[in-house]
Write a protein that binds this ligand. Structure first.
Ligand code: CA
Length: 425
């Protein structure tokens, strides 16, 4: 029988936060930050649950982790503890729960609409990959028309070390950055970027880490993934194109990265696992250390969307305009391959580290995960107001959404990852 919650809003169509999801986040509660779980249009306050005895009988380490102001201690505990807590949360919120349990839990629900969300974890390190071959090919065509995909792409999950300090939670403004911009025929100038872009990405939070010097074998990689969220890796393309050789992205990326506040547990995504990317026969097989032990469920069928709303659209109450719809299942490299490759040299990952996929695009038009890819179209993007876009303008609000859905099951939503462009300082 389909699991249902006693909380009516959890079972509303398209709530995105049914009993089957239970994503974790951090919200402001007075002068403190508390861990919470999203259910319907409410947040269950886990610190309040821990202190009120509702978690009695759970291992002390789990109860203590629920009292922390960030998710890192819970992330560090590992899959067995995550499942134990998830089972308890499910039973507390299940329609079968008794009236007395319901009454006790209800006192710890907070309305999501009024909540101020924080970053879910203290993020020690942020790494960004480049795992969508469709994105890599379309971008490569613009930087290197004759040689879009470099020879290492099908062997190496390409990535770079990003900047953790400038990661912000959804809902804020993004200041248009200054940087060096090189006009084709003139020396570079230092000016606000004229080529501000978004990147539609999925992030994974590292659970238990690995000791320095001890790689994570691919068979164990998913035990190190706490859950997934949405990432907008804002990019200044003009700054990027001038600075990126020979060492890769730098200031064109590090000015800001926006994260959705809810981290969806990998366990909630189990029904949506699909076979790994089908490599064409001419492509090399991954090297042995990157070969998935469970190729029939290495990928995730997760729909991703990006919407744009200009200042004028907002004033005219025009609904945000869909710019692209993509799917995580098309990634050339899986999440497990990213974790294993990252640690394959002995590099230690730590609880709360963030690994992002890179822009997720699909083969078909309309699936582009950034404006840079849309530049191959002869016409600029046209908004419902008649405005046109090659890149983002001040006042533009970009919102990422994601969900898993299949017939007969409630939608597993990721919430929103949004940011609004503000003029240069
Ligand atoms: Ca990126």
């Amino acid at each position: 029988m389909e699991l249902k919650s006693w909380l009516a809003s959890a079972d509303a169509p398209h709530s995105g936060f049914p009993l089957q999801n239970l994503p974790y986040g951090v919200f402001a509660s007075g002068s403190e930050d508390h861990i919470g779980v999203a259910i319907g249009d409410q947040i269950l306050d886990l610190r309040a649950c821990a202190r009120s005895g509702i978690f009695d009988g759970l291992p002390q380490a789990i109860v203590r982790a629920c009292e922390a102001p960030v998710l890192n201690p819970l992330m560090a505990l590992g899959t067995t503890s995550w499942s134990t807590l998830r089972r308890r949360l499910t039973s507390l919120l299940d329609a079968q729960a008794g009236r007395e349990i319901q009454r006790r839990v209800e006192t710890h629900l907070v309305s999501m609409s009024g909540a101020v969300m924080r970053l879910p974890a203290a993020i020690g390190d942020y790494t960004d990959f480049y795992a969508s071959i469709d994105h890599a090919t379309r971008v490569g065509e613009q930087f290197r028309p004759t040689n879009p995909l470099l020879p290492n792409y099908k062997y190496v999950p390409i990535g770079y070390h990003g900047r953790a300090s400038s990661i912000v939670v959804s809902g804020g403004t993004i200041r248009r950055p200054h940087g060096q911009i090189k006009p084709p025929e003139d020396p570079p100038v230092f000016a606000p970027t004229q080529s501000l872009d978004y990147e539609l990405e999925v992030g994974l939070f590292v659970g238990p880490g690995n000791p320095l010097g001890q790689p994570i074998p691919i068979a164990a990689a998913e035990d190190h993934i706490f859950g997934l969220c949405l990432v907008n890796d804002w990019s200044a393309r003009d700054i990027q194109s001038w600075e990126y050789q020979p060492l890769g992205p730098f200031l064109g990326k590090s000015f800001s990265t926006t994260l959705s506040p809810w981290v969806v547990p990998l366990e909630a995504l189990a029904p949506y696992r699909v076979p790994e990317f089908a490599r064409p026969a001419v492509d090399p097989a991954p090297l042995p250390y990157l070969q998935s032990p469970a190729p029939d469920r290495a990928a995730i069928d997760l729909t991703l969307e990006v919407y744009l709303e200009s200042n004028r659209m907002r004033q005219a109450h025009v609904a945000p305009h869909l710019l692209g719809r993509s799917n995580l299942r098309h990634l050339y490299w899986s999440l497990a391959q990213m974790v294993t490759h990252h640690s394959s040299n002995g590099c230690n990952l730590r609880p709360g580290d963030l690994l992002a996929t890179g822009t997720v695009s699909c083969p078909d038009p309309g699936s582009e995960g950034c404006l840079l890819e849309l530049r191959r179209n002869p016409e600029p993007v046209r908004l419902p107001t008649g405005e046109q876009r090659r890149f983002l303008e001040d006042g533009d609000r970009v919102t990422l959404r994601a969900y898993c859905q299949q017939a007969g099951s409630p939608r597993i939503g990721f919430g929103e990852c949004s940011g609004t462009i503000a003029g240069p300082a």
